[in-house]
Design a binder for this molecule. Structure first.
Ligand code: ATP
Length: 517
């Protein structure tokens, strides 16, 4: 199946099974804003818990906060967002569609890369064991030609970004004959800068209202609380502050479902270190974060690091964790070495001394910062894209059945256990309820008595429930049930009092943490 079709099906599945709804749908929706539904909110909360516990419980020197979305407007002046949180936009005059100029160019480079990968894959199949990829890439004329084209675009692109040269960005688009995917024409406007922050007024006009911003990142809430947390928590450098919260960006192009939203959620860690030690910590956090992703057990080849072409004004090193979505490799998380930029700026703009006295060095300094910043929604999409599976099942009578199953890591699944009485009578529903009442304090359970058992299994597969338990007449006699495992569909008879242990082992986040380095 083409990857675009997989993505369309995934989006439809998210709606049909109560994971994600378009915001304000009965009013025809609000562009790039989404609501998490009854299943989605459980999965989202589990993702947040997986991140929070891995940061705050597993690291003695990391604490969390929850700062307000509204902040003093000068914070955004100090951080550089008022002047520089811009994206370069370009319009196609025929379709009237708006694009990010940098994204159009990045997509072009991704096309060259895809062509190269295709050649490499073909050759790998052809030559088998004896294939030397490095030599092939260096000598194959088609690969070399595409690589040269890609390098040439890349060089111009990086230079244009460095110089903030908007005319050159447009020229790259024109020279490479990039066309609008909607109109198919190359009739482009000039490139302009567009600030992504939403603003609003605080206070009534009679009192004299002031313009404030909806935060475009959660990080600044951490920086402006650095002194408070360090002092009241008696934190010693190196230490980190973690936060999960909403962020808002008036994105120019927002067409990929929950990948790019105007209201989204971030999970950020700001880790404060000694000046000069930031590269060591940058490498350490790169490794830790990648192992957090990989502990979920998704295919290894779906992840890569992508170093930034242009460093943000505050960074001296930056990389993205990219995941292979159905629409290609895209950023899920950014890891940045932010130097002492933010704290120094707040020191200057607030007039308050923001320094740390290091007893070992016997001197004071403004700490350096390494940041890890991941979008909850992109992580949600990553998990859903990897979990969504269509399977053909051969039945005993030779017929082929199909099922859609979400192979979610059990610890993240919205519902852990579905309990199903075989019939609605003879005391079976009561027995099923007894099991739920016993387990519901530890696991999210669902009771289901409607339709055939087969249909009920399919419904649970579609929402990723790892365990189903069927209560039948034998259960009343010997306190055993049939447990059915989602991925293998294997079934076995087990004692009801063994259910807790069976499930605990599989659904505990501890099992994921044990896989982390
Ligand atoms: P992009 O280049 O895709 O716009 P970014 O580099 O601006 O992303 P960061 O500022 O590094 O993103 O934000 C950290 C993380 O927050 C991203 O890796 C992503 O997971 C998430 N994020 C950023 N913008 C959005 C958005 N509009 N919708 C959903 N998640 C987002």
């Amino acid at each position: 199946m083409a990857q675009e079709d997989v993505f369309k099906k995934l989006v439809a599945h998210c709606k049909e099974y109560g994971f994600v709804f378009q915001s304000s749908e009965i009013y025809d929706g609000l562009s790039a804003v989404y609501d998490y539904a009854q299943m989605g909110v459980e999965l989202k909360n589990n993702i947040k818990k997986y991140w929070w516990d891995s940061m705050v419980l597993l690291h003695e020197n990391v604490v969390g906060i929850d700062s307000a979305i509204f902040m003093h407007p000068t914070i955004w002046k100090a951080s550089g967002h008022v002047d520089a949180f811009n994206d370069p936009l370009i319009d196609n005059k025929d379709s009237k569609k708006r694009y990010r100029a940098d994204v159009l160019i990045e997509d072009l480079m991704a096309k060259f890369e895809a062509k190269i990968d295709k050649e490499v894959e073909k050759a790998k199949k052809k030559f088998g064991e004896s294939f030397d990829e490095e030599q092939f890439r260096a000598t194959n004329p088609r690969v070399k030609a595409n690589q040269e084209k890609m390098d040439a675009v890349h060089k111009r692109f990086v230079e244009a970004l460095d110089k903030n040269d908007l005319e050159e960005l447009k020229q790259i688009i024109i020279d490479n004959e990039i066309a609008c995917p909607i109109s198919g024409t190359k009739n482009w406007t000039d490139v302009r800068q567009f600030n992504l922050m939403f603003s609003t007024e605080m206070g009534s006009t009679a009192d004299g209202s002031s313009k404030i911003y909806l935060r475009p990142e959660t990080a600044q809430g951490i920086f402006v609380n650095y002194l408070n947390v360090q002092k009241t928590g008696r934190m010693k450098i190196p230490f980190g502050i973690a936060q999960i919260g909403k962020a808002f960006r008036n994105e120019i192009v927002a067409r990929q479902f929950i990948f790019r939203m105007r209201e989204f959620e971030q999970m950020e860690l700001q880790f404060f270190v000694r000046p000069g030690e930031e590269m060591k910590w940058f490498e350490k956090w790169k490794e830790t974060r990648m192992s957090w992703h990989k502990a979920l057990g998704f295919s290894e080849d779906k992840y890569r690091f992508h170093d930034h072409d242009k460093l943000a004004h505050y960074a001296n090193a930056a990389t993205d964790v990219e995941f292979k979505f159905p629409f290609g490799f895209k950023e899920v998380e950014g890891i940045h070495s932010r130097t002492d930029f933010d704290l120094s700026q707040h020191q200057e703009f607030s007039g308050k001394k923001i320094q740390y006295f290091d007893p070992e060095l016997n001197k004071s300094y403004v700490p350096y910062v390494v940041e890890t910043s991941i979008g909850v929604d992109r992580m949600f999409l990553q998990v859903m894209s990897e979990a969504y599976t269509e399977e053909k099942i051969e039945k005993e009578d030779g017929k082929v059945d199909e099922r859609v199953v979400l192979k979610l890591p059990a610890a993240l699944a919205p519902i852990k256990l579905a309990v199903m009485p075989l019939t609605k009578k003879d005391g079976l529903p009561e027995k099923a309820r007894e099991i739920i009442n016993d387990l519901k304090f530890d696991f999210n359970c669902q009771y289901d008595e409607k339709d055939s058992i087969g249909k009920r299994y399919r419904r649970q597969d579609a929402i990723g429930t790892p365990f189903c338990v069927t209560v039948d007449h034998q259960s009343l006699e010997d306190n055993t049930v049939t447990i059915r495992y989602r991925d293998t569909m294997a079934q076995e008879r087990v004692a009801i009092d063994k259910l807790y242990d069976i499930m605990k082992k599989e659904v505990s986040m501890k099992e994921l943490f044990k896989k982390m380095k």
